[in-house]
Design a protein. Structure first.
Length: 123
């Protein structure tokens, strides 16, 4: 079970980091000029020219591999709820890397997610 937990944790960290990279890139792009198909194509080209997008996609792909390793060793009914750790990681990483605020409702929701993970894991 410990090996499965390690793979899930690695998968969730990599995926959360990839999401942070994609969000940072999205924040830096101008999306106000999207009016027609040509402008969407230029936007798409600009997105693909950003190294952070490729790094984000790479880390998410590495996370997928770790996730598959976790799935090979454990029951889906246990492994899948553990994937909810990503909510906690995103909350923390968004605060650290994006400066997002953490309010009471976010903390309460995250606490309930963690409680749910613990209940499922202990069953």
């Amino acid at each position: 079970m410990l090996k499965i937990l390690v793979f899930v944790f690695i998968a969730e960290i990599l995926t959360a980091f990839g999401q942070i990279l994609l969000k940072k890139t999205a924040n830096s792009l101008d999306r106000h000029g999207l009016r027609d198909a040509r402008s969407y194509f230029r936007f798409f080209r600009k997105v693909l020219s950003k190294p952070a997008v490729w790094l984000g996609l790479f880390t998410m792909a590495a996370g997928l591999i770790a996730w598959l390793l976790a799935l090979t060793g454990g029951a889906l009914s246990v492994v899948f709820p553990l994937g909810s750790l990503q909510y906690v990681l995103i909350l923390i990483m968004a605060r650290i890397f994006l400066g997002e605020k953490i309010d009471t409702m976010k903390l309460l929701g995250t606490f309930l997610v963690v409680l749910g993970i613990m209940l499922i894991t202990l069953s």
